[in-house]
Design a protein around this ligand. Structure first.
Ligand code: 26Q
Length: 825
């Protein structure tokens, strides 16, 4: 990699080497000869943390001197992946450290592989948060990422006999060399109890006193987030829960033994585990506890920090913005109100004025089952004072609605925060936030025109779009070093690292035969690397000359992995019937975790593995179709997968995928999109040109029109299309299940006789023919090597829009209004 930056302080290889060896001694009492690779990783990581510390201090000092405004990015998830490699890249000393390690007889890739992924997130939403804080650092903007230090992150996935098995992810087992515990910033968070009202004679108003509660301490751990070549280090602050020792003992003295034990228990399980649901709400009390726990701690800390250098809380919005990553942290709104009302003694109107200028909300989904609606009884039991405040927010808002829309009950039904015994978090976030944004143009339009139509009509000024993005530092520079160096060489600068649109310079080479060859050679090398990974982890041989057709993302019905595997079954049938058919060998690669309780998703994983078993081992197929399910898909292996992909499967039912971000990572790495006009695919096609993508399927309008009419009739397709008839029948005739006719019965029934809901809810059969035809176009196109190379290169060349740097600049311009801070050492 060509990573040199004039602003980086001198890096001394010999000093670094000596310090790593010293670390080995002091940490483990070992030498290079006796240390394990894991121990060497630790010794290197501690040394890298040392490189970070001075910049960290300098950054926080610069922020303080300039009295900088911060964005607090509040998120239940930060899917960071590994830190070592990206920290080295952003410190501009990756190559130097690689050399040092080589001199010590070590391979930097092997050392990097020792680090567990920080998997404190499910998928898109959590990874977006990670890209955002990295971009904020690279662009010199102050941010605190605020989240939870889950003891167990996203589960590890093992495949046993084709079935997913969840294994706990004990990511902190060997400690985290990059984190720093900050006990001095401990905050107290209160749950349960009741609210007592006292008359404050002096101020002539009621005082609300929260009593009989249980409390826990929130103890922060700081993880550095290093900007690229600019000396900026921001902080990801994740909170751990600890019982309150002193309180414990005091209660014990009073004989209140149970109270003490309860507090101990409360603290014990709050941060135990990340909920592994993606795009699905479950109204569990522990989840609400997690939400309030990290929000209360973060907001208290933000206010405390502000008050260290400011006396007037009315000006809080000049220095603080809370960005709510979906509705999960929406209790920020009543928590901020509580602090301003009860602790700062403000009147409602002034507190509301401040709160509404500080909070902004990002919506990541229109899937109804993902909407957070908390049962009122649960909510008020756990958060009695917060609930009172929510009631008052709701009461005042409904008066406004009534004034604006007299006697229009439908408006109250759709916009009320409290309705039919539920607290509707999205409605609270919209009412209280000054900004509401969707994550891709189409998604924002659907919010405005349909899902949130009444809100949009009433307060259009709040609504805005921020199309998602990804960081090229991780997903090109780190994940695909060969292509990264080639891009630098071709366009004659490495400035694309912080200015991705420059990558458009590659367009000049789109028709250059030599460049095409080089581009495809790099792709081939990356395909070899993935083949090696698959061989090591799956014990399957894949042909690096075959098309790598890849669908990696969380398993969800709306993402339609089922459409993909049904089509593989169809292809298999075609090839069996006609062994001479014109077909370029293709490896269909899947990677997906299913939420632990999501039955249909788990059945789909089993189906993929069952089809793989049959197809991969059928001598008639002669290896021309291979199906591979990559176990434990996560950030670290994603980097390898994107780099090696030819075809990017983005096949969600139109209107359902808010944006997608994997689609952008594939594009950046020169994979061609095979997709529906959904989410950010629309904008990807706009950038790259329709001739450089394979688009199929119903439009979002068509889908929504069918939905408005209660669906469609898949059995007509089943009856009239013999190929589709056949594959559905094969689900229940034992073809892919060693004769077991029941294994995939529920999937079969979902198309023709669902036990609940609509038949083929996600329009898989409706889109099948169009998908099959698009896949045929892909297969044909790949056979024209020059045409394919050009298409692939044009995808990389036109990916400039999809850097999270662009997204962040838009958030700063329209929502956060931050100032860049220069950091010098
Ligand atoms: C909610 C309540 C209780 C438990 C879990 C949840 C929960 C957890 C995670 C609900 C939703 C999520 C994750 C949603 C998500 O990842 N959405 C994705 O966000 C991406 C970034 O904006 C988009 O690109 C994807 O389109 C969107 O699906």
């Amino acid at each position: 990699t060509v990573v040199k930056n004039p602003t980086a302080i001198g890096f001394d290889k010999e000093v670094f080497k000596k310090n790593v060896l010293d670390n080995l001694k002091s940490l483990f009492r070992k030498t290079m000869e006796t240390a394990s690779q894991q121990e060497i990783f630790q010794a290197v990581a501690f040394e890298v943390k040392d490189l970070i510390i001075d910049r960290w201090l300098a950054t926080q000092k610069a922020y303080k001197e300039q009295d900088a405004k911060y964005v607090y990015y509040l998120s239940m998830e930060f899917l960071m992946g590994r830190a070592l490699g990206n920290n080295l890249i952003n410190l501009c000393c990756y190559d130097e450290v690689a050399e040092v390690l080589e001199e010590l007889g070590l391979d930097i890739n092997v050392i990097e592989d020792q680090e567990p992924d920080a998997a404190l997130g499910n998928g898109g939403l959590g990874r977006l948060a990670a890209c955002f804080i990295e971009s904020l650092s690279t662009l010199n903007y102050p941010v605190y990422g605020c989240g939870i230090r889950y003891k167990y992150g996203m589960f590890k996935q093992e495949i046993h006999d084709g079935y997913q098995v969840e294994v706990p992810d004990n990511w902190l087992e060997n400690g985290n060399p990059f984190e720093i515990k900050r006990p001095e910033y401990t905050q107290t968070v209160k749950f349960g109890g009741y609210v007592r009202i006292e008359w404050d004679a002096e101020r002539q108003r009621n005082r609300f006193i929260h009593d009989g509660y249980q409390a826990v301490n929130a103890v922060p751990y700081d993880i550095p987030v290093v900007g690229y070549g600019n000396n900026v280090v921001n902080v990801l602050r994740i909170w751990d829960a600890q019982p309150i020792q002193e309180f414990n003992l005091a209660s014990f003295d009073k004989g209140d033994y149970l109270q003490a034990v309860e507090q101990e228990n409360l603290a014990k399980n709050i941060v135990d585990v990340l909920y592994p649901n993606d795009n699905h709400y479950s109204g569990k009390e522990l989840r609400l506890k997690q939400q309030y726990f990290f929000v209360s701690a973060s907001v208290q800390q933000a206010i405390r920090k502000y008050k260290e250098t400011h006396s007037d809380l009315h000006k809080l919005p000049e220095k603080v913005c809370f960005q709510l990553n979906d509705t999960h942290p929406t209790v920020t709104v009543p928590e901020l109100m509580r602090i301003l009302l009860d602790e700062e003694g403000m009147e409602w109107d002034e507190a509301w004025d401040i709160t509404t200028k500080c909070c902004a909300y990002t919506n990541h989904t229109i899937m109804a089952e993902a909407l957070e609606k908390w049962p009122v009884d649960l909510f008020m039991r756990l958060l009695p004072r917060i609930y009172q405040i929510v009631q008052e927010i709701n009461r005042r808002f409904l008066i406004e609605v009534e004034e604006r829309y007299p006697n229009q009950y439908n408006k109250i039904r759709s916009m009320a925060i409290l309705y039919e015994g539920q607290v509707r978090m999205a409605n609270m976030a919209i009412v209280a936030g000054f900004s509401v944004n969707g994550v891709a143009r189409l998604h924002t339009e659907i919010l405005e025109k349909r899902e949130l139509r009444d809100f949009y009509e009433m307060m259009p000024e709040k609504f805005n779009n921020k199309t998602n993005g990804i960081t090229q530092r991780r997903f090109l520079l780190h994940g695909n070093p060969l292509l990264a160096s080639w891009v630098t060489e071709k366009i004659g600068t490495d400035k694309w690292i912080t200015d991705l649109p420059l990558i458009k310079g590659l367009e000049a080479y789109a028709d250059d035969t030599k460049a095409q060859q080089e581009f495809m050679d790099i792709k081939y090398k990356n395909k070899l690397r993935l083949a090696k990974y698959i061989k090591e982890h799956n014990h399957i041989d894949v042909d690096p000359n075959s098309i790598y057709d890849v669908q990696v993302k969380r398993l969800h019905e709306y993402k339609r992995q089922l459409l993909n595997i049904l089509h593989v079954m169809y292809l298999y049938n075609q090839m069996k019937a006609n062994p001479q058919m014109d077909f370029y060998p293709t490896t269909f690669i899947f990677g997906a975790k299913a939420a632990a309780g999501y039955k249909r998703a788990k059945e789909t994983i089993k189906l993929i593995n069952s089809v793989a078993d049959v197809v991969n081992n059928d001598p008639d197929i002669r290896g021309r179709i291979k199906v591979v399910f990559i176990e434990n898909y996560r950030v670290s292996n994603a980097e390898i997968i994107f780099a090696a992909s030819d075809v990017s499967e983005q096949i969600s039912t139109a209107s359902k995928e808010a944006s997608g971000t994997g689609n952008m990572k594939f594009m950046l790495n020169g994979a061609v999109t095979l997709g529906t006009m959904d989410g950010a695919n629309v904008e990807i096609v706009e950038e790259v040109g329709a001739e450089n993508a394979f688009i199929f399927g119903m439009s979002s309008e068509e889908v929504m029109a069918y939905e408005a009419n209660g669906g469609y009739h898949p059995e007509e397709i089943y009856r009239n299309d013999p190929d589709i008839h056949r594959i559905l029948d094969q689900l229940v005739d034992g073809t892919f299940s060693h004769g077991d006719r029941e294994m995939f019965r529920e999937i079969y029934n979902s198309f023709l006789a669902p036990s609940y809901g609509r038949a083929d809810q996600y329009f898989i059969l409706k889109d099948f023919r169009s998908y099959a035809e698009a896949r045929e176009r892909v297969n044909k196109a790949y056979q024209d090597k020059a045409r394919w190379a050009k298409m692939a290169m044009l995808n990389t060349a036109n990916s400039g829009k999809f850097t999270s740097d662009r997204t962040i600049e838009e958030y700063v311009r329209d929502i956060w209004h931050l100032k860049k801070v220069q950091v010098t050492l």
